[in-house]
Design a protein around this ligand. Structure first.
Ligand SMILES: CC(C)(COP(=O)([O-])OP(=O)([O-])OC[C@H]1O[C@@H](n2cnc3c(N)ncnc32)[C@H](O)[C@@H]1OP(=O)([O-])[O-])[C@@H](O)C(=O)NCCC(=O)NCCSC(=O)C[C@@](C)(O)CC(=O)[O-]
Length: 353
């Protein structure tokens, strides 16, 4: 469905259009949207065929040149749970010692499910002597190292994804945040299945999501990404969730939104988020992805589609749509999969005319 039709659809829900709010010539600070590129982690974690480490590094190197400032580079999880992420330690070591060239500081983020995961990361940081905030030099780009930890909004998903209850997962998170703070590592939280659960269905309680988000922030998370893991979210339920988060006192500046595009609603829900004032969105180049514990869930919204939509609303991301489109096409070819980004394919088509 064209974005224009989606905007009309939103007006049916009495959502004032973002275009109307941000059509002034002056660029307000609130016009800037930060994109968190999750392709190398969330995007690749579900690929069945083992992907060579060099391909993953090449993906990260290319992404680093597009203007994105946060890249999820891997996860420190047991290989038996997510085999595709087994090369994360080597990737992390390379990113610390020889970071890809980039114009600005890039935050490389690693998912950690427990303290053991963070200890593995810290061991590599200590061995390489590279601090969480590495200022860079003439020959080396500046980088920061961050982590993401995660809790689920339903008990069934928590059990399937982390082998524990929600309460236990929150207990697990406390020592992770404490260790991260001693190492000045920025902490991102995730709340999975916020708009639908593969085991319990679409009716996930917004106030439960808001409670878990607030708990993660109180524990010391610097930002929380509220995730529609299954892509079941719709515009009205996204609005309801954002209102619940607001009612719980959660500031938009502490929030990110993470949409999977399983039902083709990710961009509609993105616009609802933008309208509400959220300015951090997760996406994956080429629409890579799927969650190993959410059967049938497709990839994240593609970064190319996200950039195109945000730019079409007169807002900016600092990320090159053309460069991102080339990467989406390249990585899809490397993986032997279909490129899921419409804007990416259209951009490349236009460039080749
Ligand atoms: C939490 C656990 C570890 C519990 O898994 P468990 O099996 O209950 O863990 P355990 O503590 O009993 O340990 C079992 C074995 O794993 C080892 N182990 C333990 N921890 C680690 C570690 N960090 N790194 C390496 N090894 C580890 C541990 O040492 C032990 O080894 P053994 O004694 O058998 O030889 C597991 O359930 C897990 O890793 N879950 C994460 C699975 C995952 O990555 N899922 C996908 C990411 S979440 C997601 O995609 C959603 C998100 C974030 O993208 C947002 C969205 O879209 O919703």
């Amino acid at each position: 469905m064209a974005v224009y039709s989606r905007l009309r659809l939103l007006s049916a829900f009495r959502v004032p259009l973002v275009t109307r709010c941000y059509s002034t010539e002056s660029r307000l600070a609130s016009d800037h949207v930060r994109i968190v590129e999750v392709g190398p982690r969330d995007g690749l974690q579900n690929e069945k065929k083992s992907i060579p480490m060099e391909t993953k590094m090449e993906l990260i190197r290319r992404l680093a040149k597009t203007g994105v400032t946060t890249i999820e580079a891997g996860s420190f999880v047991p290989a038996k749970w997510v085999p595709q992420m087994a090369s994360t330690a080597e990737i992390c070591e390379q990113l610390l010692t020889s970071p890809p060239q980039s114009q600005s500081t890039i935050a490389y983020n690693y998912l950690v499910p427990n303290i053991k995961g963070l200890e593995s990361l810290v061991k590599i940081m200590d061995a390489t002597g590279v601090p969480a905030d590495s200022p860079g030099s003439e020959s080396k780009s500046a980088t920061t190292t961050e982590i993401s930890l995660f809790a689920a909004a339903t008990e069934s998903f928590s059990k399937a994804n982390t082998n524990c209850t929600i309460a236990e997962s929150l207990e697990r998170i406390k020592p992770i945040v404490a260790l991260a703070k001693t190492k000045s590592i920025r902490v991102r939280g995730y709340v999975s299945v916020a708009l639908g659960c593969p085991y319990e269905g679409p009716e996930v309680s917004p106030s439960k999501v808001a409670d878990i988000t607030a708990t993660l922030l109180e524990m010391g998370a610097d930002e929380v990404s509220v995730a529609d893991t299954t892509g079941m979210g719709t515009a009205p339920r996204t609005m309801e969730l954002l209102q619940a988060l607001k009612a719980a006192g959660i500031a938009n500046t502490d929030l990110a939104l993470h949409f999977h595009d399983t039902y083709g609603q990710a961009l509609v829900n993105t616009i609802v988020g933008l309208e509400h004032g959220v300015r951090i969105f997760d996406s994956s180049v080429g629409g890579l992805g799927g969650c190993p514990y959410s059967k049938g869930a497709t990839g994240n919204v593609s970064t190319e589609d996200l950039i195109h939509t945000i730019h079409s609303l007169g807002m900016h991301t600092g990320v090159s749509l053309e460069e991102m489109s080339r990467i989406g096409s390249w990585i899809s070819g490397e993986l032997g999969r279909v490129n899921d980004s419409r804007a990416g394919k259209a951009t490349l088509g236009r460039l080749s005319e």
